[in-house]
Design a protein around this ligand. Structure first.
Ligand code: ADP
Length: 419
């Protein structure tokens, strides 16, 4: 406020006070009351008129409070970030933060142990280069990153890790690696146990079965039904042991021998097997127009494909039809077995390939099943990078299909007569 304005204001205030005193005296001789009333009125007037400086004081106070609040929040945020970072650095899983070019931005202690990264040298280095000559580096080079399971830890060759890559922030990624050695060891122990037990049971069972075969029911007609049952059960036990041994072998195998599996003779054998099992109770149809052979293990593929045929016969009442198909598909080729049998409720479908999983135990046992057939089929297909598809409707029938990719398909070899 300028000096002249201040003078004018003071003179006006003084005049006001004098007028107040004069009016007080005229009204009843209370000069002081008049002066006081005018003084209060002037103060109120001043405060409302001079609200600009007051507001600016108030504004300054609000900005300071805001600033303080902002600083508090920033500190709190920084402290949370520090805590988060400290926790991440202590995580038992390896965590590596990667920039859009897959260069290492940050990693924790577990990443030093499991992946062999070193601080500070490896910060800024391309991760794939740092993990040279490992399955993990090959995986990083791929465009698609489905989680990689049970691969050797580059920083600790006696350990196994499972790795996944997740998007993070703007075009960044975070790599997570978990030590799965103990799970792998437990899996191995379970596999060894099943394989050893099956192996140990095989010899005594063969002996028992042998002696049972030697016994002639005609020597003891009263025992004939018992003997028949004992033979059937010992055969079943023998089959379970054989299936368990097959599963153990398939589980430990990572690749199959690549040989040509001619499909025309294989389909003819499958038809004969179906007819032998059905003994005329079903109509067996084969539709084979793929004109392709398979590449893989002849023995394992035969076992898997015939398992599906045997199931179709066993779970289809007399009078039904079993159709075996071998066709080309947009993705490659498919082998399928359809039946008009009992069918399977949808709730069971996802669990059918588990060991010993049965929709109906009595029906499975009654038809001589071990409960391991579809488990074997799944393992054989996995080894051939193929997929099992199941469609079923209770009371109408089922279709089990094996989908093979082009890498497993071969044009049939030309016979000598044709050349
Ligand atoms: P199993 O030796 O008991 O047949 P599998 O593993 O071959 O064992 O099959 C698992 C279960 O799936 C069977 O017990 C049966 O309940 C069901 N299943 C398999 N194939 C068929 C089919 N074609 N029709 C109906 N049910 C089936």
């Amino acid at each position: 406020m300028s000096m002249s304005r201040r003078w004018k204001l003071s003179a006006a205030c003084l005049a006001g006070l004098l007028t107040g005193g004069l009016l007080g005296q005229l009204a009843g001789g209370h000069v002081a009351t008049g002066v006081a009333t005018v003084a209060v009125a002037e103060i109120v007037l001043l405060l409302t008129r001079e609200r600009h400086p007051m507001r600016s004081i108030m504004t300054t106070t609000t900005a300071a409070a805001k600033h303080k609040r902002l600083m508090t929040r920033t500190h709190r945020l920084a402290s949370s970030l520090r805590d988060l970072r400290r926790t991440a650095s202590q995580l038992p899983d390896a965590v590596v933060l990667l920039d859009p070019d897959q260069r290492v931005r940050w990693f924790n202690h577990a990443a030093e142990n499991l992946l062999g990264l070193r601080s500070p040298d490896d910060r800024g280095a391309p991760l794939e280069q740092r993990l040279q000559a490992s399955e993990l580096a090959d995986w990083l080079r791929q465009d698609e990153h489905e989680p990689l399971h049970d691969t050797v830890a580059p920083g600790r060759p006696d350990s196994q890790i499972s790795v996944s890559l997740l998007p993070f922030g703007r075009r960044q990624q975070v790599l997570l690696a978990r030590d799965t050695s103990h799970v792998t060891r437990l899996e191995q122990m379970r596999r060894d146990f099943v394989a050893n037990v099956s192996h140990e049971l095989r010899t005594p069972l063969t002996v028992i079965h042998g002696y049972l075969e030697l016994l002639d029911p005609e020597d003891a007609p009263a025992l004939a039904p018992v003997l028949g049952e004992m033979r059937a059960q010992s055969r079943r036990m023998g089959q379970i042991v054989e299936d368990l041994l097959t599963l153990s072998r398939l589980e430990t195998q990572h690749h199959v021998e690549d040989e040509r599996v001619p499909m025309a003779p294989l389909l003819a054998t499958l038809r004969k097997e179906a007819e032998a099992l059905s003994q005329g109770r079903h109509t067996i149809v084969v539709e084979a127009d793929a004109g392709l052979d398979l590449l893989g293990s002849s023995k394992d593929l035969h076992s898997a494909l015939s398992n599906l045929v045997s199931n179709a016969v066993r779970y289809t009442p007399a009078g039904g039809t079993i159709t075996i198909r071998w066709r080309r598909t947009p993705e490659g080729a498919s082998y399928s077995v359809s039946d008009t049998g009992y069918g399977i409720p949808a709730s069971h479908l996802s669990r059918l390939t588990e060991r010993f999983y049965r929709v109906s135990s009595s029906r499975s046992r009654g038809t001589g099943g071990t409960g391991l057939g579809l488990s074997i089929v799944k393992h054989v297909l996995n080894l051939h990078q193929a997929r099992l598809g199941i469609e079923s409707e209770p009371g109408r029938g089922s279709t089990f299909s094996c989908h093979f990719g082009p890498e497993r398909l071969l044009a049939p070899a030309r016979s000598h007569d044709e050349t």
